[in-house]
Design a protein around this ligand. Structure first.
Ligand SMILES: CCCCC/C=C\C/C=C\C/C=C\C/C=C\CCCC(=O)SCCNC(=O)CCNC(=O)[C@H](O)C(C)(C)COP(=O)(O)OP(=O)(O)OC[C@H]1O[C@@H](n2cnc3c(N)ncnc32)[C@H](O)[C@@H]1OP(=O)(O)O
Length: 218
């Protein structure tokens, strides 16, 4: 494992281009950043969050966990890099490109015709009564809808609006089929649709507007 400064140096960046055109002027795809254990580190944190969601610790155990977490936070404090050079969101070899804030999905196919993926909502994505929180469903649609728009336009887009129609309950810990595609576009406006299925059962549908950013636009 290399230190933060070595890692930052190993990533090719262009300061002039980095901050033009929204999230990133050119979307970085990497498989190296953060090293070979980065995905497993993220997965362990997800597992921890699953357990936190359902744990009812004694005060003593909570204090013990707090101490352990403080140590872990201090470790990561020695390795912080900026948004543009962190592995999160760029690691195309990992679920959700290594972005821990997203429900973990795996891309099966992606291109101008759309994106097909498998998403698995975790125990910590619980809304109530054992099924997923609707907001987490919307996050999955937002990211994969944004990806469909990006792959169609060959650039970066921001969400103008996003509507989710919740058709039936969305289970946790079950690989679900999620699909997003650009239905039509008018100038910078990309109208994106999406579906989420548990087997043959439709859980949710999405309709969204993604707006292509102009050069230099944040
Ligand atoms: C297969 C392996 C693939 C590997 C990976 C490879 C590539 C991946 C590439 C990409 C990355 C992947 C995933 C994507 C990641 C993330 C997606 C999430 C995106 C977000 O989560 S992003 C956060 C939420 N988002 C905002 O934070 C937006 C706040 N907002 C603004 O920043 C401005 O609002 C802006 C810039 C959007 C527009 O501003 P502006 O000034 O440039 O343009 P303007 O206002 O003129 O709008 C132009 C035309 O859109 C119409 N319009 C605008 N808004 C509308 C609305 N709400 N409803 C209906 N129409 C609307 C106007 O009416 C006009 O229409 P017309 O031209 O017809 O008059």
């Amino acid at each position: 494992m290399t230190g933060a400064s070595e890692q930052a140096q190993s990533v090719q960046t262009d300061d002039a281009a980095q901050h033009t055109g929204g999230f990133r002027a050119s979307f970085d795809v990497t498989t190296e950043r953060g090293g070979q254990s980065y995905g497993e580190m993220v997965e362990q944190v997800r597992t921890f969050m699953d357990k936190v969601r359902y744990a009812s610790p004694t005060p003593d155990l909570a204090d013990e966990v707090i101490d352990d977490l403080k140590k872990l936070n201090a470790k990561l404090d020695t390795m912080l890099v900026d948004e543009w050079t962190s592995p999160s969101g760029t690691r195309i070899d990992l679920p959700s490109r290594g972005n821990i804030t997203l429900p973990p999905y795996e891309i099966l196919d992606g291109g101008p015709e759309g994106v097909e993926a498998t998403v698995t909502f975790r125990r910590f994505h619980l809304g109530g009564n054992g099924v997923a929180h609707g907001g987490h469903v919307a996050i999955a649609f937002d990211d994969l809808g944004g990806m469909a728009a990006a792959l169609k336009l060959g650039g970066v887009a921001r969400t103008g609006y996003l509507t989710v129609h919740y058709r039936s309950l969305t289970p946790l810990e079950t690989p679900l089929a999620i699909r997003t595609w650009v239905e039509r576009f008018e100038g910078r406006k990309y109208f994106v649709r999406g579906t989420l299925y548990d087997g043959d059962r439709l859980c949710a549908e999405m309709e969204a507007l993604f707006i292509a950013l102009k050069p230099g636009q944040a």
